[in-house]
Design a protein around this ligand. Sequence first.
Ligand code: AGP
Length: 608
Amino acid sequence: MCGIVGYTGRREATPILLEGLRRLEYRGYDSAGLATISGNCLHLRKKAGRLAELVRLVSDKPAPGTLGISHTRWATHGGTTDVNAHPHLGGNNLVAVVHNGVIENYAVLKAQLEAEGYVFRSQTDTEVIAHLIAHFYEGDLLEAVRKALARLKGTYGLAIVSPRHPGMLIGARFGSPLVVGLGEQEMFLASDPSALVGYTQRAVYLSDGQLCVLTPGTWEILDRDRSVVEASVHAIDWELEDVELNGFDHYMLKEIYEQPEALENAMRGRLDDTDATAHFGGLNLSPRRLRQVDRIILTGCGTSYHAGLVGEYLFEELSRIPVEVEYASEFRYRNAPIDQNTILIAITQSGETADTLAALREAKRKGVPTLSICNVVGSTIAREADGGVYLRAGPEIGVASTKAFTSQVLVLTLLALYFGRMRHLSATQGARIIEELKSLPDLVRQTLECQETVQQVAAKYYQVHNFLYLGRQYLYPVALEGALKMKEISYIHAEGYPAAEMKHGPIALVDENTPSVFLVPRGAVFDKVISNMEEIRARSGPIIAVTTPGCKDAVCRADDVITIPEAPEYLQPILAVVPLQLLAYHVALLRGCDVDKPRNLAKSVTVE
Ligand code: AGP
């Protein structure tokens, strides 16, 4: 999704705007631009292509000024061209605007503005906003913005500056996130808090329908009718090193290796040894209310949906509560019967995924208590849910989600323990689970030692055109997740399936060029999976086995073996996914793919 950075303060804006865009590159984009104001001059620089193109343009033609806005564009309306890059100017260079979101009625508004003589340079919906503000401008920029917003249908996150109003930076939010960074004699505006790290640790998140007016020494949050809103200041507890590569070649690899620490952070302060249960500070639903829960809906998209599928097994086993897992994009349009003792848990790394937000809002419309499992503090879904649990995984920059998945599964395990201890789990059982959870980070550290073996496997198979991923029970969702990782960063077609499902059709795909990745650690269904491996071998399909030490029956049936440590079955998903993350990473590297910014993808899908 597009990235927005704005600045007003005592420093030159351009370096801050460019550094902020660099932090947001991971969100996916195809062009970039900025506009600064110095005196009563507006300086516009924008370019299709990577951020480096804009940096080159700005170094050839500097953009001076201590007020400015910048943008990375992920094209929705109009192709990837210099002209369609943001910022867009309104009127006679009266105002510059950058925009995240989609204006659904832009065509009607464009026709009206053209009829009034406004000349459009681009094919974007955003330029309509810029001319609309100019149309309403009578000396009060905020008033002109308010009037323009009232005409818009759709979603927007906006940053607006004008040479008529030196030092003033206006932001507006409806459906596309915006966060204000509070500095000393300087203010920041961004679409993602990672752009603020290193500049300030104080953030104010705008809610839908709110505006902000920033000057170097003041900040105001207003609602649509210009009345001041009492906004809370959140701490950004990320450090600069969290958004830097720190010696890794890619953010994805860094985040794969951050998983042990992320798991430790997710558990910190949440394991209650005294009562042999888990402890949360922000569920905001009483134990008595949660005790009545007799059905849980888990919803999310992509990797978060896969975490939910693991959660289904966890809740059923540890707390004996019926669970259904729904794609958020499906749930939001279904009319699922929901009784009063159902709760909905939205699972999301970014907290901004449009479909997941819509599913949450649909549940709330039906009066269903909602929780979120989210990584970004203050994000929309985290704020709109009745309560929730933060992952504390630190910023996840790589488009392919890794540490967020394992942290989501861990938090779901903690919730299942918590619910279980309210019901049938004994203190002894709870204490055992807590001890097993404490060993998890080190088990993941041991699992990461498989990287060298995984690199050899990747070298063998990186030119195939299809992969199958197969697992049972807790590891079926991991098969789906492994396939998604391979698809999204190496662009190889990959399918995840319940291992037993092969017989019902997909085995027709198997030949000597189609490797099958089997998740086959020691466990209750080990022998069943061995039988499925035999079925593949009988059709000359190559087999890559992810198994645990001493499983000779798996080793003798596999062409390649990746070993992970022994662990209780309900913890195996967090270990088994690690080699699959590494396999996708190394295959993508060998194929020359852009691991952190894969084609067509964005980190946070804030549009439908
Ligand atoms: C996962 O690798 C993908 N990047 C994508 O499927 C992602 O999980 C999905 O878009 C949901 O994002 P969220 O967790 O931020 O809601």
